[in-house]
Design a protein around this ligand. Structure first.
Ligand code: CP
Length: 412
């Protein structure tokens, strides 16, 4: 078992290395010879495996070098009267209109299921929506919320679900089958793939792997390495809209959103990108210890022209007037004293906006003190619940069936 997990670690390491080439070399992927030496020499891949990986990563780098508007076109099915989602790859692909559309549908679905009576009849109507579909949940990295909420959402809509979360149980890890071949296989048995893996650009990799197949199935990003978690960004912004009773995102103009932590990974990045897309005039303040390296990476890659982002190391000053406080994880090494200095305490909230809400993508450690967890401003369980609704709406849209749910929701 341990040996197989080591294989997963090795695969992750290789892909992270390849992803670095895409990021750091301005999308210009190196020549095959250079990479072949690395892949066959250092990582001991066979020539076939090295050439497969090379082909896929050079294709990804050519997609990444496209302008955002051109990339967006690849991720939506364009029809005469409606557009619908083909793949959910990255938070940047979603425009303000699309984000608002998904959030509004998510809130209406929540209202439909939580309000009043005859829940059995309502649920039976939803169960018909995707009753003809099979959804493949492939999670080769741990997850409690994203995996279970996609599973629950698919079942709520009547779809059948194949859940795969043990990488050692599939040939991908245990029999050295390539990732591309594993994807090509799973696509034969399902109508949509939900994917989480510990390396960046895994979604692009899964899309690229399908290219020569007859049927391409949608792929949804459920967390790719440290760089993207688009469904998390959507559920975070949905929670802000719901709890703060926002009618138009313009109400957030000039409002302060404070982010506290040391581990600035995919959830945070997708949160900032999604919130920025609906209201570019938000003031972001990030509180982190000086020299935080993952923070530097995050801000470097968030290269929006007008993004107003300040870095600070004082919680008490920065939360003054804050409308949203987003807690990222804090490095939990026993030697670290960040746990104390970055912990949110009740007294910090005194000067925040009266309506201030606290969010956290979870799992949490000691980012907030116990009493804050019990305050009404703590909205982390609303986030967790909203994940179910937003993910259900995304599944429906991937099959071009928003009109069908519109008919159901219109009746309440
Ligand atoms: N927020 C989040 O992605 O949680 P999981 O890792 O449990 O899915």
């Amino acid at each position: 078992m341990r040996k197989r997990y080591l294989q997963l670690e090795k695969a992750t390491q290789i892909r992270k290395k390849l992803a670095q080439f895409i990021d750091e070399k301005s999308f210009a992927f190196p020549k095959y010879d250079t990479l072949a030496r690395l892949l066959c020499g250092k990582y001991k891949l066979s020539e076939q495996q090295a050439s497969d990986l090379f082909a896929i990563y050079s294709a990804i780098s050519s997609v990444r070098s496209l302008k955002l508007s051109e990339r967006r076109n690849l991720f939506f099915v364009r029809k005469k009267r409606t557009d619908h989602l083909l793949h959910l790859v990255e938070s940047e692909q979603l425009t303000k209109i699309e984000i608002e559309k998904y959030i509004n549908y998510g809130l209406r679905l929540k209202c439909y299921l939580t309000k009043s009576n005859d829940n059995y009849a309502k649920r039976m109507k939803l169960k018909k929506l995707l009753a003809d579909k099979i959804i493949f949940n492939l999670f080769i990295e741990r997850s409690s919320r994203t995996h279970r909420s996609f599973d629950a959402a698919a079942k709520m809509l009547g779809a059948s679900v194949i859940n795969e979360k043990d990488p050692t149980a599939i040939s991908l890890m245990s029999r050295n089958e390539s990732f591309a071949d594993s994807i090509r296989t799973f696509c034969q048995y399902s109508d949509l793939l939900i994917l989480r893996a510990p390396w960046p650009y895994v979604i692009e990799e899964a899309i690229e792997a399908q290219k020569k197949l007859q049927n391409i199935i949608p792929v949804i990003n459920a967390g790719s390495g440290s760089n993207q978690h688009p469904t998390q960004g959507l559920l975070d912004v949905m929670t802000i809209k719901e709890v703060l009773k926002i009618k138009s995102f313009d109400e957030l103009k000039k409002k302060r959103v404070v982010i506290i932590g040391t581990r600035f990974k995919r959830a945070l990045r997708s949160f900032i990108i999604t919130l920025y897309a609906v209201c570019p005039e938000i003031e972001f303040v990030i509180i982190a210890p000086p020299g935080e390296s993952s923070l530097k990476n995050i801000t470097k890659r968030l290269n929006f022209d007008s993004l107003d982002i300040t870095i600070s190391n004082s919680i008490s000053k920065s939360v003054r007037g804050a409308l949203v406080i987003y807690l990222a994880s804090i490095e939990s090494k026993p030697t670290s004293n960040y746990q104390k200095t970055l912990k949110l305490k009740e007294k910090n909230l005194k000067f925040a906006d009266k309506r201030c809400i606290i969010l956290h993508p979870l799992p949490r450690n000691s980012e907030m003190n116990y009493n804050i967890g019990r305050m009404p401003s703590n909205q982390i369980w609303t986030q967790v619940k909203n994940g179910l609704y937003i993910r259900a709406i995304l599944l429906i849209d991937c099959f071009g069936r928003l009109k069908k749910i519109e008919k159901i929701l219109r009746k309440i």
